[in-house]
Design a protein around this ligand. Structure first.
Ligand code: SF4
Ligand code: FES
Length: 244
């Protein structure tokens, strides 16, 4: 027999205060019948189609690729489109991701945060080599390309940021996603930057030395990136920089 799910969702629109409406954040409860292979994304879509057209949440790909649908599901940050309701109890509580600007209900603006992080760690290839687009790209060893690709799989979902105790204490912490980005360019032979250059970007308590190794980033990352390995590697590397 199909279960009846009770889904409690935090409802709040920051624009209400701007518009003079005195609506405070509140929980709203919905009941729906569980269907086979139902995900939280599908449950939310059903609620929006049949009960509450005003409910806000984000999605694009519905396949764990775009990173848009991350939210707190029974206290843990997860992708709604990859989270099966059969793995959850009948009572489900949904909150927006902390650490990001709330747009409405379960929708947060991770894009602005990720953009600022990308600028902060200078997330682009730094090279003095003049690129000639008429030439075939300089080949690199397959195992090196694999190492870069492994770290490039990040979908910028924000889950490692939302789950990070350091980030919740220190608003300026660049997060595992930012440190992973640094590690990605550090292992890319196309990038000329040295350890000193990376130290300039993240060699402080808001960067590589701020991580308290709480491990939540790696526990929750839906792409299973080797975040703690890479953070430890970069910390050892930058700790040897002269003057650090
Ligand atoms: S490192 Fe993992 S959890 Fe963090 S933003 Fe990238 S994919 Fe999401
Ligand atoms: S909708 Fe793209 S990751 Fe969930």
């Amino acid at each position: 027999m199909a279960r009846e799910l009770t889904i409690r969702i935090l409802r709040y629109n920051p624009q209400d205060a701007v518009n003079g409406n005195n609506l405070r954040p509140r929980f709203q409860e919905y009941k729906i019948e569980e269907t086979p292979s139902m995900t939280i994304y599908l449950a939310l879509t059903k609620i929006r189609e049949t009960q509450d057209a005003g409910l806000a949440f984000d999605f694009v790909c519905r396949a764990g690729i775009c990173g848009s649908c991350a939210m707190m599901i029974n206290g843990r940050p997860k992708l709604a489109c990859r989270c099966l309701t059969k793995d959850l109890p009948e009572e489900i509580v949904l909150l927006p991701l902390p650490a990001f600007k709330l747009i409405k209900d379960l929708s947060v603006n991770t894009g602005v945060w990720m953009d600022e992080m990308s600028k902060r760690v200078e997330s682009w290839i730094h090279t003095s080599t003049q690129t000639d687009i008429a030439q075939i790209e300089e080949p690199i060893e397959p195992e090196v390309a694999d190492a870069v690709f492994e770290l490039d799989r990040c979908i910028e979902c924000g889950i490692c940021v939302a789950g990070c105790g350091t980030k919740l204490i220190n608003e300026d912490f660049v997060g595992a996603v930012g440190l992973n980005r640094v590690a990605r360019f550090e292992c890319d032979p196309h990038d000329d930057r040295t350890a000193d250059d990376f130290y300039e970007l993240v060699g402080d308590d808001n960067g590589i030395f701020g991580c308290m190794t709480l491990l939540a980033c790696e526990d929750t990352c839906p792409k299973h990136l080797p975040l703690q390995n890479k953070i430890a590697y970069m910390r050892r590397k930058l700790a040897t920089v002269k003057g650090s």
